[in-house]
Design a protein. Sequence first.
Length: 212
Amino acid sequence: MKELEFLSDEVLSLMELREDVLFNKIPKEDVKYYIDEANRIGKSSAEVFKNSNLEEILKAKCIDVIIKESCEVRKLSLRGEIIFEDDNKKIIIYKDSIDQIYEVLKEYNFSLEEQDVYNMHLAHEFYHYLEYKNKAYTNDMLNKITVFSIGPLKRKATILKTRELAAHSFCKSILGLEFHPKLFDYMYLLKNNTISLEELKSYAENLSKEYL
Ligand SMILES: [Zn+2]
């Protein structure tokens, strides 16, 4: 695991934020603000639930958890999603996503059980559930950016990826994980040779140099 030490929580958050379609509209000096604040929001949301069992919380809130094989229908590789209607509250977890991560973890000799990976998915989606339920979306709580401006005419927008940053940090915190959940996505890409370790390293280094 030493070889992936350069992927700190902050770097992983930056890499995730970098995937936002509006990333280039964020003033460089504000990038750290979005990372720090999104992570703070996720972590502080987890405080309330510390030391409680995730599945029991969901049961108490009458949220059903459904495990589906995969989300082929939409031809997307989703890890999970939430369905939220008044009398219909569901978290859907995709088994192929759990399997995918679990296989990678084994190859890297992580001592995690499949149940732990399942809990990671659950915690992540539960954060999105809370955002929805409380009408407290992470991106809405953070400063808007200007995407377009001509004279006094300005169009503002929010940074959607901050929801993902917060969900990861919520997940890490509520489950007391030693590793940032986003790390597993990159481990998967490495194992599948989608990216080489050198490429990943230089990508992370360049991003950090520029924004952190
Ligand atoms: Zn998410």
